[in-house]
Design a protein around this ligand. Structure first.
Ligand code: FES
Length: 593
C-alpha cells in the first residue's frame, strides 16, 4: 500500500467513490467523488494530538468495534496517506464553533473545516475492478447465539483480538471477564455452503484461517484445549495440508459435525451439543470461548459498479469473468479486468496472482496504443433509423448512442461493439445490419437449407459460443443425433431475428429451434435474455395466427453438453414427426396473408 502511494505512476484516491463511468476500452471517463478529509494530508504528521483532545468516542471499525476511536482519527496504523481525517457526521462541529478543540491542539495547523467534497474526472484506457469482499454477518444464525453470548466471537473479531496491534495488544482474553480462556472452539462454514443462510458457495479461506489460528494459539498457549467443529476441512493450497496435519499433531481436536445448539453456562462458558459424524454419537462440550469462522460475501458496492460498467454477476453476486478457463481475469466488456474477491472468494496468494494477471492483461492491451477488433460489428443505416432508441436499450455493451429528442440517427462505437447482433434483431425498422451476419446472408442460408424437402428438416439456430460448440462436442464424442438437423450459426442467440423464424416456417419448416448459452452464461453479458423475450413474443404471435407454439422451441445448450445437444435434437425430430403436411400448408397461408 505504501509502495502504491509512493509510485510516480500511481494516483491513489482515498476516501473516494466512483460515481460514474462512461466510454469504452481505451477511452473510459471515470467520475470520482472525493470526500473532504478536513485535514491537510501533506502537512499532517500523525502526531495524534488532535485525537487526544477530541471528546467524541465511537467504535473503531478496524478493530470490529472491540476498541474505540475519536471523531478525528487515522483509520488504521498502515493507512496511506499517513494522515488523520475527520468524520464530519460525528464531529461536534467547527462552524458554528461548538468544539474546535482539535484545531487548537494541532500545532501544524493542518485542520481545515472549509474543505469540501470534490468531483474529479479521470480518463483511463482500462479498468481493474478490485472491490473486495464483506464478511458474513452471523446475527441471523440464532442457533449459535452470536447476539446473545458475549464469549461468542466471529473469526474477524478473534483475528483483531490476537493481533499484536489489536485492542488487547495480542493477549487472548474472554470478553466477559478478561481472563485467558482454557478452552476454545471454532465452528466452521458459518454463512458458507448453506442452502438457507449465507452463501451456497465455499468461502475458500475459512478452513485455513482457522488452522492458522489454532497454530498461533498453540504456540502462545500450549495447554489450551482447542476444538474445531467442521463439515470437512479443505486444505487444497500448496503446503496447506502440512499446516493442517501440524495443527492435529499439536493436539487440536477436529470434530466432524456442526453444533446443533449452543447454550450459555452460569460462568459464561458455552455448552455445545454436536453430533459427531465420525462416531455417530451426540457429544457435549463446555468451552470458555467460541469463534464462528464466518464466510465471505461480495462487497455491498459491487452492484453499483456492475450497473455502471455493464458487468455480469454470478447468482452468488460476484462478478462473472468472460471465460472461466481462457479469460479468467477479463470481464465480458473489453478493457475491464478483475482482481481478488470481486470475482469470487480467494485467499491472499490467489488475490495477488489474479491482480498481477489483471495488471498484465491491462498493460498488454494498452501498450500497443491501438486495439484490433473482430469485423463483426453492427452498422446503422442512417436513412432507415428513426432514432427510437430500442438498440440503445438492448445493447449489453452501451456501444450505441442516440439522441431520441433530436431524432438524429443512432451511432455505433465500433470499439465497444462486440457483435452479438441483438440490436439488429430488435430494430423495428430494419436499420441495423451486422457485418458478416447480415439479414441477407442468414436468409440465404435458410433458403438454401430448406430448398429441397423442407418438411424433412429440423432448422436450428445455434449461437457460436455454446450451442454450436455443443454440436461440435456431440460430433467429436461420436454422439448420434438425427441427420436431418440443419444448423445456422449466429454469434449469439440474440441475433436470431423474428423474420428468420417466419422465413423458416414460410419455407416449409415443420419445427424450428433457437438455441444458445444457458442464462447467465451468454458470451455477450445478458443478450440471451432478449432472445428469451423475443421467443415469448413470437409464441404469442403464433397463437394469434392459430399455429402450435411447440413448433418453435428455445433450448439452452452449453459447449460441454454434447449429449444434451443430441437429446434436444432427438426431441425436435419427434416434434417434427408430429406436424402434418396440412399444418405446414396452413402456416404458409397464414404467414403470407
Ligand atoms: Fe450464446 Fe449469447 S453467446 S447465447
Amino acid at each position: 500500500m505504501a509502495d502504491a502511494g509512493r509510485h510516480p505512476n500511481i494516483k491513489l484516491y482515498t476516501m473516494s467513490e466512483v460515481v460514474d463511468v462512461k466510454g469504452y476500452v481505451g477511452n473510459f471517463t471515470v467520475t470520482i467523488q472525493k470526500k473532504a478529509r478536513y485535514v491537510d494530508e501533506n502537512e499532517c504528521t500523525s502526531c495524534g494530538d488532535c485525537a487526544k483532545v477530541c471528546p467524541v468516542v465511537r467504535p473503531d471499525e478496524f478493530n470490529v468495534g472491540l476498541s474505540s476511536r475519536k471523531a478525528i482519527y487515522r483509520p488504521f496504523p498502515q493507512a496511506v496517506p499517513a494522515a488523520f481525517l475527520i468524520n464530519s457526521a460525528e464531529c461536534l462541529g467547527y462552524n458554528p464553533a461548538v468544539c474546535s478543540k482539535c484545531v487548537e491542539a494541532c500545532q501544524k495547523k493542518c485542520i481545515n473545516f472549509h474543505m469540501s467534497d470534490q468531483q474529479i474526472t479521470e480518463q483511463v484506457g482500462t479498468i481493474v475492478v478490485a472491490t473486495g469482499l464483506d464478511a458474513y454477518n452471523p446475527t441471523e444464525m440464532d442457533e449459535y447465539g452470536y447476539t446473545r453470548f458475549e464469549n461468542m466471537l466471529t473469526s474477524l473479531e478473534f483475528e483483531r483480538l490476537v493481533n499484536s496491534g489489536g485492542p488487547s495488544k495480542g493477549d487472548l482474553m474472554r470478553p466477559t471477564d478478561k481472563r485467558t480462556p482454557r478452552s476454545i472452539g471454532f465452528i466452521q462454514c458459518v454463512g458458507s455452503r448453506s442452502m438457507k443462510k449465507g452463501g451456497k458457495y465455499c468461502s475458500n479461506v475459512c478452513c485455513m484461517n482457522t488452522v492458522k489460528s489454532t497454530l498461533v494459539l498453540k504456540e502462545h498457549y500450549p495447554d489450551i484445549d482447542i476444538k474445531v467443529f467442521y463439515i470437512d476441512m479443505r486444505a487444497f493450497g500448496k503446503g496447506f495440508e502440512d499446516l493442517y496435519m501440524r495443527s492435529r499433531r499439536l493436539g487440536v481436536n477436529y470434530v466432524r459435525g456442526l453444533p446443533g445448539s449452543v447454550q450459555e453456562n452460569p460462568d459464561k462458558s458455552l455448552h455445545i451439543v454436536v453430533e459427531n459424524g465420525a462416531t455417530g454419537k451426540i457429544e457435549n462440550y463446555d468451552l470458555d470461548m467460541m469463534v464462528l469462522a464466518v464466510g465471505v460475501k461480495p462487497s455491498e458496492d459491487s452492484r453499483k459498479l456492475q450497473e455502471m460498467l455493464g458487468l455480469q454477476l454470478t447468482p452468488d453476486g460476484f462478478y462473472l469473468e468472460a471465460h472461466p478457463k481462457l479469460l479468467p481475469v477479463d470481464a465480458a466488456t473489453r478493457g475491464i479486468f478483475f482482481a481478488g474477491c470481486a470475482e469470487g472468494p480467494k485467499d491472499i496468494k490467489d488475490s495477488v496472482t489474479q491482480a498481477s494477471a489483471a495488471a498484465g492483461r491491462a498493460v498488454r492491451l494498452m501498450h500497443k496504443g491501438e486495439i484490433s477488433s473482430e469485423p463483426i460489428t453492427s452498422v446503422i443505416n442512417a436513412e432507415q433509423c428513426k432514432a427510437c432508441g430500442r438498440c440503445v436499450e438492448v445493447c449489453p455493451y452501451n456501444a450505441i448512442t442516440v439522441d431520441t429528442k433530436k431524432k438524429t440517427p443512432a451511432v455505433v462505437t465500433t470499439a465497444a461493439c462486440a457483435g452479438c447482433g441483438t440490436c439488429a434483431a430488435e430494430c423495428p425498422f430494419g436499420a441495423i445490419s451486422m457485418n458478416h451476419y447480415t439479414d441477407g446472408q442468414i436468409i440465404g442460408q435458410i433458403d438454401a437449407m430448406l430448398g429441397a424437402n423442407p418438411q424433412d428438416k429440423v432448422l436450428v439456430f445455434a449461437c457460436n459460443w455454446c450451442s454450436y460448440a455443443g454440436a461440435d462436442f456431440a460430433g467429436v464424442s461420436r454422439v448420434q443425433y438425427p441427420p436431418n438437423v440443419r444448423l445456422i450459426r449466429t454469434m449469439c442467440s440474440g441475433r436470431v431475428d423474428e423474420k428468420f423464424v417466419w422465413r423458416g416456417f414460410e419455407k416449409g419448416a415443420k419445427v424450428i429451434l433457437v438455441s444458445g448459452c444457458h442464462i447467465g452464461d451468454c458470451h455477450y453479458i445478458n443478450a440471451n435474455h432478449w432472445t428469451e423475450k423475443r421467443v415469448e413474443k413470437m409464441h404469442k404471435k403464433m397463437e394469434k395466427l392459430g399455429l402450435r407454439t411447440e413448433r418453435l422451441q428455445l433450448a439452452w445448450v452449453s459447449a460441454a453438453e454434447g449429449i444434451r445437444f443430441a437429446d434436444v435434437m432427438h426431441q425436435m425430430e419427434k416434434l417434427r414427426q408430429g406436424v402434418t403436411t396440412g399444418e405446414v400448408e396452413e402456416t404458409i397461408k397464414a404467414l403470407r396473408k
